[in-house]
Design a protein around this ligand. Structure first.
Ligand code: CP3
Length: 345
């Protein structure tokens, strides 16, 4: 790849260096809002797309080509590494991951195998290598964080309140610790392998951890997250940590050896900076605004950029993922607006 043509704005933002424009990408930028994706899914199941490097690379590239975003994110799911270690997971359309053998005991935890990425997920590494040849923007690798993975493993599917997960955590603290340790090691192994194959940034999705109080986060989660980020830091590749509804945890996140914090719309960037948080920030447009009149969407994006660009180290994104009702055309116009509005300012 010709270095001159390579757009490294997002890597610069991760490192808090000056940028030619505010970099932007969208969580869940590949998915059912795209007619092309829906066509591909008529031919292949979710995991078939995931397991076929040619198709996986095509789906990963689509939003980069169509929307003009500054990064690609590998097409996979947070549940991808759990399948080969003995978890019977299926993705139910419109619902999410469903597990037929939920975790209930220490024996269940011990029965989960050890992830060997070369052996279990060679197609993930092949997709990454292929994409690095094809892309002229950085490739983001990713994994699910232990709490968020555990919520599916224990609930057996999506949940609104996480009562079973939290009940398990309070009632069996030593089994919980064994589960966090196991998922933590798996995450380190998985992210490191993606980086060795060519991932240039990695994002850890802790989508549901905001369900915990700050006190419980400190006791039950922070040690594992600290371990994950300190291990991945050794690779030198920038790391991003995302959670929704997690603003009450930001002071604790700021203590982690992670480079970028990805926030949602329940807090403003100014408010985060007022807390003394100096890490690069990513976010935080409410994805529902993708359904608003374009002028309103633009106004809200403008406010976010104005706050974000006050300090070096800002990446535009949504506060959570794109959803099927969103329009690719709106996202393309939004991307263009962010680039022009933020250029040379
Ligand atoms: O474009 C990208 O962002 C990369 C691909 C990606 C997917 N899932 C593909 C996917 C990424 C980064 C994820 C992460 C993921 N998966 C998270 C963290 C992000 C978040 O949204 O909080 C979570 C919690 C999951 C679990 C999961 N998998 C959910 C909640 C769903 C959606 C259920 C639905 O049907 O709305 C899935 C399925 C899934 N993962 C789809 C896609 C494109 C839709 C599946 C389909 O094609 O039918």
């Amino acid at each position: 790849m010709d270095k001159q043509l390579f757009n490294d704005a997002i890597l610069r933002a991760c490192r808090k260096e000056p940028v030619p424009h505010i970099p932007v990408w969208y969580m869940r930028q590949a998915g059912r809002y795209q007619p092309e994706y829906r066509e591909i899914r008529k031919k292949y199941s979710f995991f078939e797309v995931n397991e076929n490097p040619e198709v996986c690379a095509e789906v990963t590239r689509l939003p980069v080509e169509q929307l003009g975003v500054d990064a690609a994110i590998l097409f996979a799911d947070i549940m991808t590494p759990l399948k080969p270690i003995g978890i019977d997971v299926d993705i139910e359309s419109g619902r999410g991951p469903v597990i037929s053998n939920p975790i209930r005991t220490l024996e269940d935890v011990n029965r989960m195998g050890q992830l060997n990425v070369e052996r279990h997920l060679p197609y993930i590494l092949d997709s990454i290598r292929l994409l690095r040849e094809q892309l002229s923007v950085p490739l983001i690798g990713f994994g699910g964080a232990p709490f968020t993975l555990a919520s599916y493993l224990i609930e057996g599917g999506p949940s609104k309140d996480y009562h079973k997960t939290k009940g398990f955590m309070y009632a069996y603290p030593s089994v919980w610790k064994a589960l966090m340790d196991k998922l933590g090691e798996m995450t380190i192994t998985y992210l490191t392998a993606q980086i060795e194959a060519g991932a240039q940034i990695v994002q850890v999705f802790d989508s549901w951890v905001g369900a915990l109080s700050a006190e419980d986060y400190e006791i039950y989660i922070a040690p594992t997250m600290h371990h994950i980020f300190s291990e991945v830091k050794k690779t030198g590749v920038p790391t991003i940590y995302f959670g929704s509804g997690s603003s009450h945890l930001l002071e604790q996140w700021n203590q982690l050896p992670v480079d970028v914090l990805s926030i949602d719309w329940r807090i403003t960037i100014d408010q985060v900076r007022e807390k003394g948080i100096t890490k690069t920030l990513q976010g935080n447009l409410d994805p529902s605004l993708l359904l608003a009149p374009f002028d309103l969407l633009k106004e809200r994006a403008k406010t976010i950029i104005d706050q974000g660009k006050k300090q070096q180290g800002y990446i535009f994104n949504l506060g959570h993922g794109i959803f099927p009702e969103a329009s690719a055309d709106t996202l393309r116009k939004l991307t263009e607006f962010i680039h022009t509005y933020s250029q040379n300012q």
